[in-house]
Write a protein that binds this ligand. Structure first.
Ligand code: FAQ
Length: 339
């Protein structure tokens, strides 16, 4: 038994995302500029696209926002897989709306990233080439209808826990995008919980399906919060810049504390024999996280990494004519406006 914040991990592998976007400004950053910038951040002022910012701040935001956008887009696939098989018209309509919302979140986030001077096409290319990361959670399969419930309950639940603090991110466009996204995620979480509740109160077979989904989604959801604080290479600086307001382990603990009682309410068992309430700490303690599994998924060896990227590449190729038509239409409108 151990507390999640104290666990050490092997180092994460690196991806070449820090070379994207426009070139760093030729003028070197002076300590005075950096100090003025930090003072603005400390005073809780929002940093806007035209403001001066350290190049590393800009690159950190491009990295995080684009990975977040990719996660929303790839995140449409596991649940999209169940749209044709949803058990009723109501469930189908709700699921279509949810998956569409995730697509919208991706679009807001790509737009927020573009305000930092990087082209959306560049970011999409990084996703399709496999150079950019997206959330580990979306590399797991949705085997039964209960998985759709478990994703809403656990994955959207984890996403909200992580994203509500980003509404207070120091970078204005990212913070503002997150406000609407969080409202929608909260609806998603409730629809997932309601699916789980229906199954948990249903037949023996339905209860078993709900338990099986919890068994498979619990640990990947715990890993979604990222490496432990001792292994997280970006957290300390991102906290100083108020891009992140809580560390990965702090958010993971909050999620565990909120979610374990929900599982108890559902009458389901968290798949962790070492889970226990620590009265003195006022928190649930969990057993060890399998960080090797997390890193394997990040290296591309999760159950569905290959399938997810193939689906995105096929989707992108199939959408070629739409992009061409939109570009031709925009050119025609621009020519008309100029005439
Ligand atoms: N998967 O130093 P840290 C959703 C990477 S949206 C893959 O701790 P940081 C909605 C990390 O990027 C879910 N990679 O990094 C939905 C870094 O790699 P790099 C996505 C991960 O940035 C629901 C390296 O490990 N949410 O679910 C993961 O300070 C249902 C070192 O890590 C967001 O993106 C991971 N789980 O903290 C959609 C929220 N964790 O770039 C459909 C915004 C870490 O150095 C259906 N992002 N890595 O090569 C964040 O809050 C942060 O970026 C963290 C990571 C917390 C994810």
């Amino acid at each position: 038994m151990y507390h999640i914040s104290g666990k050490s991990q092997p180092p994460m592998y690196t991806q070449a995302l820090d070379q994207q976007g426009r070139e760093p400004s030729a003028a070197p950053e002076s300590p005075e500029q950096a100090a003025r910038f930090q003072a603005r951040v400390d005073a809780e002022e929002k940093i806007e696209p035209k403001d001066w910012m350290p190049e590393a701040y800009r690159q950190t935001l491009i990295r995080q926002i684009s990975q977040h956008a990719h996660s929303e887009i790839v995140g449409m696939l596991p649940e999209g897989n169940w749209i044709t098989r949803a058990p009723s018209l109501r469930r189908k309509a709700v699921l279509i709306a949810k998956v569409q919302d995730e697509g919208g979140h991706g679009m807001y986030l790509y737009s927020a990233a573009e305000t930092l001077g990087v082209e959306r096409a560049t970011l999409v290319e990084q996703l399709l080439s496999g150079a950019a990361k997206y959330s580990s959670i979306f590399n797991y399969p949705t085997l039964t209808w209960a998985d759709v419930g478990a994703i809403g309950w656990l994955v959207d639940g984890a996403a909200i826990m992580n994203q509500v603090p980003i509404c207070r991110c120091s970078y204005g466009p990212y913070a503002r995008a997150m406000v609407r996204i969080c409202k929608e995620e909260s609806f998603h979480q409730r629809q997932g919980f309601e699916i789980m509740l229906t199954l948990a109160r249903g037949s023996e077979a339905q209860r078993a399906m709900a338990q099986d989904a919890l068994n498979r989604w619990w640990w990947p959801s715990i890993m979604m919060f990222g490496p432990s604080d001792v292994a997280s290479r970006h957290t300390a600086q991102s906290m100083r810049w108020k891009i992140k307001r809580f560390t990965n382990d702090e958010l993971r603990q909050k999620f565990i504390d909120v979610t374990v009682p929900q599982a108890q309410f559902l009458g389901l068992t968290i798949p962790d024999p070492q889970l226990r309430w620590d009265e003195a700490a006022g928190h649930f303690e969990i057993g060890p996280i399998d960080w090797e599994e997390f890193q394997a998924v990040l290296r591309g060896h999760g159950p569905c990494n290959r399938e997810r990227l193939e689906a995105r590449r096929a989707g992108h190729a199939a959408g070629e004519w739409v992009r061409e038509a939109a570009a031709a239409h925009a050119a025609k409108r621009a020519a008309q406006a100029a005439a």
